[in-house]
Design a protein around this ligand. Structure first.
Ligand SMILES: Nc1nc2c(c(=O)[nH]1)N[C@H]1C(S)=C(S)[C@@H](COP(=O)(O)OP(=O)(O)OC[C@H]3O[C@@H](n4cnc5c(=O)[nH]c(N)nc54)[C@H](O)[C@@H]3O)O[C@H]1N2
Ligand SMILES: Nc1nc2c(c(=O)[nH]1)N[C@H]1C(S)=C(S)[C@@H](COP(=O)(O)OP(=O)(O)OC[C@H]3O[C@@H](n4cnc5c(=O)[nH]c(N)nc54)[C@H](O)[C@@H]3O)O[C@H]1N2
Ligand code: SF4
Ligand SMILES: [Mo]
Length: 694
């Protein structure tokens, strides 16, 4: 049989959403995966972990059949059962919980293990029709979203392909060489074509920072201070474009006054950068109007992260860089698509009176914190799709304690027996993106891509959509979406958005939704009520809980907001838990190549810190705080990382650690300000040599 080539999209949780070309060897086997050369964003480049996807899709540890727990929760002992028995048990458990505690005692829980709109978001249709508890999706983008929208109003920025037209690229708090690889390709083009400079703002030397012209290794959580000092320089030295600001921004004069006292000496004290480093950044930024700011997520994962995002997003509004090709900023383009997701998510059944639970506080929720439960009933039953909270959610000890509850019915629909699946009463085997139909949108670019079913489902695995429809049927849930196939839903979605249908998109591979230059650069006005970019950020607080504690007031204008966990005598270090190059969250931790490349969990320490702790390269240390501790190997660096800042690249499965739980034992489930959001890089810790007492 000859090899056929199919177009698809990478479904993983990554802003690249690469357009793929996939070799099909036969109906059950794929060959190589390549980045599409004709897609002008992907441009033939994908990450290495996905290019070896055969290793994941044809992995011998893929789940093959539904399972029922026979051992203790978390032990991982199961017997095989049929789909009918499994689905009946789930329906029975959900009906029982509803009968005894009400529909809000059921909490469907999901995240973006697949980014396909039908397979990922269909769980919400079941939720809304059945009035099950809602989910506040706070684990990833909440803080970044809040900070961007505070100024810019909506998620629209410069076409990332314009990076190749830029003279200066600033990668702020992201690590695209590992987390969004094709950005690096567009940067190389700008460097070749225009001799563009690359600045990377990151507390440690990532692979992106390694290739930068300038690496600003600031203290974590101090980005607003850096942004304010740079803007002070822009105003002070005549780089500010006053006529742009007059037309396109609010309160420029007041903002300038506010920045008067935020000079580079002030910024240096807070960020730990030198005055010279800050001044040089200000000059370079001011002198280059074709400056592209690529704003990542990493620098927003602190209690003050939203405020830091807003501060950084103000830079191009001060210089007026938005008016130039290759100038301006991109955080996300997710608002350009204009979807009507009523059919996918059952939005016509949405009831705002049903409580919404914060997914990042799953530990508190499952262990019965009444504030987190919004004063309502305990969670008694869950179905989890596309996420692995036993490892990825903050405050792991509490999360695992909650998942262990004997009175919690847990169904996990998964491709692998993850740490979360091990806690399940019923495990269901899931297809991969190669085995089902779906549709994907670029977050870091502007393409809609249809990903067709290319090979048959592995063994007895089923797609999310089918599982949700099968459960709905047993519960008597009524909605047109439960009676349609994934491809019918995709076509309805495309039709309502006035895009070509799935067959047409499959022929060309994708549909590019990028708005015109003028719209993307906001030259007809900003998507805010008065059409102006807001230096004075507009914040909302969506927390529905009436008894909430009074939150600290967010400063009127961008400023350093001192609400982060600062090191203290007992906890002298500040920890960042940045993504590992060869994993994608916990995905790919099951493939041998990725784990052997990552080798083992490590903590990256500066030389001076290692000396003060009296530890050597490769020795094992305990790292802890009031939530618990983990043990791992020391990796000493002599890069620009500041003393007192430590890094653990993540996210290793719990079993990679002696204590049986991983790095999120240390991270806090406290909500970032002002609307929640997980604070994965905002943690103070102590470090002890293994032979010291903890
Ligand atoms: N290889 C790989 N790729 C991934 C992922 C993965 O786990 N591995 N995860 C995927 C997901 S879900 C997402 S959301 C994206 C995330 O991708 P990114 O936008 O890159 O965000 P983060 O991964 O959280 O962190 C990026 C960088 O932020 C830095 N950082 C931490 N704190 C601060 C700070 O206070 N200031 C500044 N300036 N920098 C800081 C970290 O050191 C890290 O290098 O990547 C996706 N792609
Ligand atoms: N310490 C620390 N913790 C973090 C982060 C960090 O930077 N540091 N990053 C956070 C961020 S940004 C995020 S987004 C979260 C992400 O965390 P998760 O959403 O848990 O991401 P993964 O760990 O990749 O798990 C996704 C799971 O979905 C499964 N899956 C994939 N496709 C399908 C499908 O079609 N159907 C079904 N049923 N299952 C499927 C995969 O097998 C995989 O086990 O982690 C967060 N946790
Ligand atoms: S870079 Fe991201 S979207 Fe592209 S193939 Fe890798 S994981 Fe998938
Ligand atoms: Mo994420």
């Amino acid at each position: 049989m000859s090899i056929e080539i199919f177009h698809s999209a990478c479904p993983h949780d990554c802003p690249s959403t690469c357009a793929l070309e996939i070799e099909r060897i036969n109906k059950t086997k794929i060959g190589r995966l390549r980045g599409s050369k004709t897609n002008t964003y992907t441009d033939g480049v994908i990450c290495s972990k996905v290019s070896r996807y055969q290793e994941r899709v044809h992995h011998q540890k893929r789940l093959t059949t539904p399972l029922k727990r026979i051992g203790k929760k978390g032990e991982g002992n199961f017997k095989t059962i049929s789909w009918d028995v499994a689905l009946d048990e789930i329906a029975h458990a959900f009906k029982q919980a509803t009968l005894l505690y009400g529909s809000e005692s059921i909490w469907p829980y999901y995240y973006a293990g697949t980014m396909g709109l039908v397979q990922r978001d269909g769980i919400n249709r079941l939720r809304h029709v059945m009035k099950y508890s809602g989910q506040e999706e706070t684990i990833c983008t909440t803080l970044a979203d809040a900070g961007w929208v505070a100024g810019a109003g909506d998620y629209l920025g410069v076409d990332p392909r314009e990076i190749s037209e830029s003279d200066l690229i600033v990668i702020w708090g992201g690590n695209p060489a590992s987390t969004q690889v094709n950005v690096m390709n567009h940067i190389s083009k700008a460097r070749k074509k225009r001799d563009a400079k690359l600045i990377v703002i990151d507390p440690y030397q990532t692979r992106t920072a390694q290739v930068a012209d300038i690496h600003l290794a600031l203290k974590p959580g101090t980005d607003a201070a850096l942004a304010c000092s740079v803007m002070h320089i822009l105003f002070r030295d005549g780089y500010a474009d006053k006529s742009y600001m007059e037309k396109y921004t609010d309160y420029p004069k007041e903002f300038e006054n506010h920045l008067q006292t935020r000079d580079s000496h002030w910024g240096s004290k807070i960020t730990g950068l030198t005055v010279e480093e800050i001044e040089a950044f200000g000059r370079l930024y001011g002198n280059n109007k074709r400056s592209f700011l690529r704003l990542g997520y990493g620098f927003t994962r602190s209690r003050n992260g939203a405020i830091n995002m807003h501060a950084a997003s103000c830079l191009p509004a001060v210089t007026g860089a938005w008016q130039y090709k290759g100038g301006g900023a991109l955080y996300s383009n997710k608002s350009i698509y204009g979807w009507d997701k009523t059919l996918i998510e059952g939005l016509d059944s949405y009831d705002p009176n049903v409580r919404k639970l914060d997914m990042s506080r799953i530990g508190e929720i499952l262990t019965g914190n009444t504030e987190d439960l919004k004063g309502g009933v305990p969670v008694k039953a869950m179905i989890i799709q596309n996420t692995n909270p036993a490892v990825v959610a903050p405050d792991s000890s509490k999360v695992n304690c909650g998942l262990k509850r004997e009175d919690l019915f847990l169904c996990v629909h998964e491709q692998f027996l993850t740490d979360t699946a091990k806690y399940a009463d019923i495990v269901l085997p899931a297809t991969t993106f190669l085995e089902h139909n779906d549709i994907y949108q670029g977050g870091g670019h502007s393409h809609v891509i249809v990903g067709p079913k290319i090979i048959e489902p592995y063994k007895n695995s089923r797609e999310n959509h089918q599982v949700i429809c099968d459960i709905a049927k047993r519960l008597g849930a009524q909605h047109p979406g439960f009676k349609m196939s994934a491809i019918q839903i995709i076509d309805d979605l495309l039709l309502k958005a006035n895009y070509p249908d799935s067959r047409k998109i499959l022929k060309t591979g994708w549909h590019d939704c990028m708005p015109s230059f003028d719209i993307a650069h906001h030259l007809n006005g900003w998507p805010t009520p008065n059409k102006k970019f807001r230096f004075r950020g507009v914040w909302k607080n969506t927390r529905e809980n009436k008894d909430q504690k009074k939150l600290p007031e967010i400063p009127d204008f961008p400023d350093h907001f001192e609400v982060i966990e600062s090191p203290d005598i007992e906890h002298p270090f500040r920890l960042i838990t940045a993504p590992a190059h060869n994993f994608l969250n916990t995905s790919f931790t099951e493939t041998q190549t990725s784990t052997s490349k990552e080798n083992q969990p490590e903590i990256i320490l500066t030389k001076a810190d290692a000396e003060s702790l009296n530890v050597k390269q490769g020795e094992i240390v305990k790292v802890g705080n009031n939530q618990g501790y983990i043990s791992l190997n020391v990796n000493i660096t002599d890069t620009k990382q500041q003393n007192g800042v430590v890094i653990i690249e993540s996210i290793w499965p719990n079993g990679a650690f002696k204590s049986g739980l991983g790095v999120n034992v240390l991270t806090s489930a406290e909500r970032g300000l002002p609307e929640g959001g997980a604070v994965f890089h905002d943690t103070k810790v102590w470090i002890k040599k293994i032979n010291d007492k903890p």
